[in-house]
Design a protein around this ligand. Sequence first.
Ligand code: NI
Ligand code: MN
Length: 221
Amino acid sequence: MRIEFLGHASFLLEDAQTKILIDPFLTGNPLASKQAGEVEADFILVSHGHHDHVGDAVEIAKRTGAVICTTVEVARELFEPEGLEVLAGNIGGKLPTTFGSIKLVSAQHGSGVTGGLACGFVVEMDGRKVYHAGDTGLFAEMQFLKDEGLDVALLPIGDYYTMGPADAVKAVEMIRPQVVIPMHFNTFPAIKQDPLKFKKAVEAQDLSRVVVLEPGKSFEL
Ligand code: NI
Ligand code: MN
């Protein structure tokens, strides 16, 4: 499978059969590598209701017929009124899919809608497991993700709205993925970070390999 970074917290996970688009904030994203009108998707995963994660999800789902996957309240507020096909679950649950699976996992962050929950995702596809943390601070239950045997973890390092680089290193200690790809940094002045410093800190401890992707670049696994 292939993981393409589209900028900010947006990624496209793809194998020969399926395209999974995550947090498609493209319009208005200064780092976006693609325009909303040029991405294809079978599933669109939305971690929470903040604009830098919902992004162009509605428009892309309407054009492509993609199924939106998110938590119940976020779906009810933002996507069901648009008449979109939705798979709305809750933390700890796996959503049924035509390929492997999508598990909703905890994230410590506001949902962006009244009473709802933000989430992260563990996507199993092509015999590989990828964790997209969504927006989150560091929290102790991240340690349980170690048992998932993750191939890749997509972790925010921007600080201010999410964990910063030092806490993200602690997250890697708990999660122990094979590969970490940092996200949610440098899009706005408030979240300016040097991802190479984060890479050095993780790799100095021999925890995981860090792959820093420029928007538009891909990682194959
Ligand atoms: Ni957010
Ligand atoms: Mn965000």
